[in-house]
Design a protein around this ligand. Sequence first.
Ligand code: ADP
Ligand code: ADP
Ligand code: MG
Length: 682
Amino acid sequence: MFASLLIANRGEIACRIQRTARRMGLRCIAVYSDADAQAPHVLLSDEAHRLGPAPARESYLNVEALLEAAARSGAEAVHPGYGFLSENAGFAEACARAGLVFVGPPPAAIRAMGSKSEAKTIMEKAGVPLVPGYHGSDQAQDLLAAQAQRIGYPVLIKASAGGGGKGMRVVERPDDFEAALTSAKREASASFADDRVLIEKYLTKPRHIELQVFADSQGNVLHLGERDCSIQRRHQKVIEEAPAPGMTPERRLEMGEAAKAAAAAIGYVGAGTVEFIAEGEDFFFMEMNTRLQVEHPVTEMITGQDLVEWQLKVAAGELLPLTQEEVRLTGHAFEVRLYAEDPARDFLPATGRLTHLRFPEESPHLRVDAGVGEGDEISVHYDPMIAKLIVWDSTRAAALRRLSGALALTEVVGTTTNLAFLQRLAAHSAFADADFDTGFIGKHAEALQPERSAASDDLLALACLAELLARAQEARRAAAASSDPHSPWWSTDGWRLNAGTHRRLIFDDGAGDEGGGPRAAVVHYLPDGLYEIELEGRVIEARAQLREPRADGGGRIEANLAGRRLVATAVWQGRELTLLSDGGAHHLTLFDQLAAGEADETRDDRLVAPMPGKVVQVLVEAGAEVTAGQPLIVLEAMKMEHTLSAPADGRIAALRYAAGDLVEEGVELLEFAPAVVEEAAS
Ligand code: ADP
Ligand code: ADP
Ligand code: MG
């Protein structure tokens, strides 16, 4: 076994690989971009080397810089993780040339599976079933359109070089084919520098079932069971589980054999995943990922094996640790991917600094794979995944209960996340019944969307207490900073001195449409730390203490409201208050009465960039009349294309940007004049 390992990646996977490598006694060498100088994967390492500026192209995808870091550190082996260069045959070759052990398959195997089209040709020969489709090299538009016609609509256009759900377009009708093809090709060349596509029959109620395979350099191949990854949005996985619900030993054997045949056909070595799409009795080969997969922990949980350890051993020339017969699958595991993204805006990636981050404690039933810590930033440069929560129990139902429990104890403030969405997914009865296919999220969209509801009286009372406690904390800090030991600030209730005997506070829950909106409370100070909070005539007696104070004035509030004990964590960002309680996050704005008069009216008929990005196409001309929902502009952001549509019927008053322009978040992309709606006289 080699003695040192360079991890050519970042985030949770770089941390996860180091945990195993360290346990095996290897020296761990991290690499980082300027954005990651203080990232957890760097702090965890034995030594770390700078690659370059934040953009991946100049850092984590910079082969020269990586090889230089390997030479400087004396690394003997390189683990590419997933994403980045993990499926880049050129990188694997460059490592070999530099005398480094590449922890992954031989370059030829990566290359064979790198193109989905070529992979399908190889699988066809190996007798593995394929989805009906076209994966030829002739890419003439007429031919592709004719093939789509032959296959029969709906069809799916896929980038041959694709991954991560990018470069994929579902086409329902022949009329839409040309536009979808153009868009898929554009996204494919932007993401993979290769615009070739293949076409498949689009299955409407399939399950995504993938087999974990492993091979050593002596020709042994086995599989470690399957994972069901059908719960997807944007063709990307959100929840994965193992084993797949409803899987029978016979079918597992059949799929396992097909997966092993796929690996054997290309002389595979190391960890790989063969992805199948299954509908009814049928299953079809989709693609093979020649790397460790994001969702590998669910397999680890039910097999009791460490797949990174297997990877390192196989890379060092050792035999597979088990034979197929020795592989045992026990219990059930789920993984959820906690993302910085907005489920209410088609899962648009979000950014922000994680001002508050809490995960439940790890146990044999719960694993947390995170690559960020409190205070870290989710930036536009990398994948917006915050962490993965993995649970295990003896049955699916018990594991699902653990999942809900773990999500309820997870707290994130500072960016929009899919946490509440995941909670609703985990609690959905159809999911509990395993009644799902890849369309699950779309089908249950309404039930899964966290509702904005008006803040309860309890919540408002807690918000008032949060504000009072923040001021008290501020006063105590001022006292501590003052050199006069007799300063009145030292009095524990000194903060009350300048506050009078009552205060009027207004909080806005942002749910004006749902019966909420700005609401006023008057807090009266009584002796002995007692308050009376007056809410629309109702009076609540309250006491509160602040534990674990935060620099922003927040902390853990232990309150007693009219004899009931309530606990919440308060996080302040200026006047924005987040209250975390009962597994939920509630946002409130402390209203500044002076500014209230000027508060600008929020208009929802403006077309603004939802995030920083590049305009790739403007689909309308100035002066055009458009209808609500009509696509107007295609924006590329975080390596994905987002089509922005007309918010209402109206006219394009003026264009502001052209294809190729870079835009900041929040800029108005074009001037839109909504059609005047005749209002009935009242
Ligand atoms: P696939 O989506 O190809 O079936 P996975 O579900 O394992 O496979 O997801 C891998 C994807 O994770 C990559 O294609 C990429 O979009 C994303 N990714 C790449 N690098 C990272 C990273 N460092 N952290 C989190 N996600 C990443
Ligand atoms: P990627 O490389 O982006 O992971 P895949 O080929 O694995 O691309 O497809 C991603 C997802 O898209 C699959 O997990 C599946 O849910 C869906 N998908 C792929 N092919 C089909 C198909 N022919 N019909 C229906 N859904 C499909
Ligand atoms: Mg895939």
